[in-house]
Design a protein around this ligand. Structure first.
Ligand SMILES: *Cc1c(COP(=O)(O)O)cnc(C)c1O
Length: 376
């Protein structure tokens, strides 16, 4: 059996090596390293794939979130609601801009932001909601869109973990996650479902005016060279990353299918165990692209299981071990522990198994058996 990796980037690269190497060399020889035609080409292909009017590439997924919030013209003290259970980048940018993060609990079955908790957290100062499509699974966007329109709030979707996922509306129509709110963001961090060979990110919107603002902000607030109309940042995707992403975009649906196939195999092997809760999907299966395959371990010592897996050369991850509302940087007196029942619970239960495009059946068998043996 091949050595098990949490994410097998080498195995994935091996299969597209010739294409990637030729394109990277081409990008170098073009010497258009910044804002080259390669970036524009990737941007257009991604717009087509997502069915969104504007893609604004930038340097990473954290910048994408920050720039999206900057473009909405929010003022210090404005409140932004997001999930207590996400990567810190989501909340970091809110605080960085002098806005007030309002963390809320999640749903136990999907790990995504809890709809009733959003409703409870809205005040006259609330200006935006950032749903995170966590672990590859779409948040309940119909409900979030309804709440946002009732309360006149912006929706900024953090789609860093879910590129390629579809959200299915109650009427059966579908849309790509990241394109449902006023603005969506993603990350091309190497281990993400569409990963570069370095940093990268992008912002999506259908709104022409917002797109114009975003394009200025990523480039020092310049619309005309050396005329700075707004305070901007320097956040660019480089041409070498763009050619790699352009190649991998062609494989994205296939990559997500590979992840889904692995997820289904894990679930078949693990779902009947009384101490294991396998991830569920809401609606049909394309609402989940399995950035992570995350179990809940109940009535057992999760940390001991992690140690046991590692001793058997099975990497695994605990995403995330501490709820954001308990992190030093994000504590707030307004929070009440009883409002975070689910995050406080799941941080002690979750374990994410190896998940990538190169997992083999014998690896999935071995991982599943090792878990079941331990929990017996
Ligand atoms: C990865 C990630 C980010 C940040 O992306 P970077 O490209 O690493 O800056 C933001 N939000 C979530 C949910 C992520 O998983």
């Amino acid at each position: 059996m091949k050595k098990i990796e949490m994410v097998d980037l080498k195995g994935q690269y091996d299969r597209i090596q010739d294409q990637v190497n030729a394109s990277v060399l081409g990008a170098i020889e073009s010497t258009k390293f910044i804002n080259g035609p390669q970036v524009k080409s990737f941007q257009e292909h991604l717009e087509g794939y997502l069915g969104v009017k504007h893609v604004i590439p930038c340097a990473n997924g954290t910048d994408a979130l920050q720039i999206a919030l900057m473009a909405l013209g929010l003022k210090p003290g404005d409140e932004v609601i997001t999930a207590d259970f996400t990567f810190a980048a989501t909340v970091e940018v809110i605080s960085l801009l002098g806005l007030t993060p309002v963390l809320v609990d999640i749903d136990l079955e999907t790990f995504n932001i809890d709809i009733s908790a959003i409703k409870k957290a809205i005040t006259p100062k609330t200006k935006a909601i950032i749903p995170v499509h966590l672990f590859g699974q779409s948040a309940l966007m119909s409900e979030i869109i309804a709440i946002a329109s009732e309360n006149d709030l912006y929706i900024v979707e953090d789609n860093a973990q879910s590129i390629g996922a579809n959200y299915t509306f109650p009427d059966g129509s579908k849309k790509k996650t990241g394109t449902l709110g006023h603005v969506g963001t993603t990350s091309f961090f190497p281990s993400k479902n569409l990963g570069a060979y370095g940093d990268g990110g992008a912002i999506f919107t259908d709104d022409d005016e917002l797109a114009h603002t975003l394009r200025g902000i990523v480039n020092h607030g310049m619309y005309v060279r050396y005329h700075h109309d707004v305070v901007g940042v320097n956040s660019r995707l480089d041409s070498i990353q763009a050619v790699i992403l352009d190649i991998k975009l062609d494989y994205l649906d296939y990559y997500n299918e590979c992840r889904k196939a692995a997820a289904i195999k894990y679930t078949q092997r693990l779902q009947d165990h009384p101490k294991i809760i396998t991830p569920i999907t809401t609606g049909d299966c394309d609402s989940h692209v399995y950035h992570q395959y995350t179990l809940r371990i109940i009535d057992a010592d999760r940390d001991a299981l992690v140690k046991h897996l590692n001793e058997n050369n099975i990497p695994c991850g605990v995403y995330y071990p501490i709820p954001l509302h308990l992190q030093k940087a994000y504590r707030n007196e307004r929070y009440n522990e009883s409002d975070f029942k689910v995050t406080n619970q799941v941080v002690n239960e979750v374990v994410s198994l190896p998940m990538h495009t190169e997992l083999t059946d014998d690896q999935i068998d071995f991982i599943s058996e090792t878990i079941k043996d331990f929990l017996a």
